[in-house]
Design a protein around this ligand. Sequence first.
Ligand code: PEP
Length: 254
Amino acid sequence: MNKDRKLIIAGNWKMNKTVAEGLDLVRALKLELANIKEIDIVVCPPFTALGEVSRAILDSNIRLGAQNMSEHHVGAFTGEIAAVMLKEFSVRYVILGHSERRQHQKESDELIAKKTLATHGASLKPIVCVGEMLADRESGRTEKVLETQVRGSLAGLTKEQMVETIIAYEPVWAIGTGKTATTAQAQEAHAFIRGLLATLFDDTVARRVRIQYGGSVKHSNARELMSQPDVDGALVGGASLESRSFADIIKNSI
Ligand code: PEP
């Protein structure tokens, strides 16, 4: 694989795995992936498993991510988790604006932009998710939707912060459905997003930002997706819940 940008593959466990189950999974991943240096590997357990998983991966090439974060630093925000709390567990990455949070928690681009700025304020790396619904794609509105989400969710970032931001392109119709975007559809959307970053920031920034693909990634389609010039990794849901399938995605992406 000949890309300037290092691939980053992250497993989004969503609301799955008790602490014991999470530990079983990362212990198996540590063994399976011990020799991988070519790819940044990230697991994103639920908050309740962050502490134990963090300890279990301390001496490994696996990094820790969270699935959400508050835009606030501290205070009366019941049920929320602040950056400083994630940092206690050596969290490095935070998934923001996942389509499930946009849909179920009604997260707006404006809120996601605040959270994105908060992650940078704490030296955490955000993985900002964008992606169109099926109806958007079918009515030819994919690029319009992506433009609105990218502009809105990344509003206010400096060039330096943008370079440290990861974007996950996740067509909503492909998440958890078994339907993957074709490699051509993925590449087209990624190239569009990179072009937009060049307009919003500059060419150098656009060239350096890593854009992951997400949506029913599995070991059988990983290699082809990763071979696309603007696809720099994957955000994996279902297939990250089992060590063999997640490890195979990573191995097949090299
Ligand atoms: C996701 O939730 O980010 C995702 C891509 O899920 P899946 O791989 O299961 O489609």
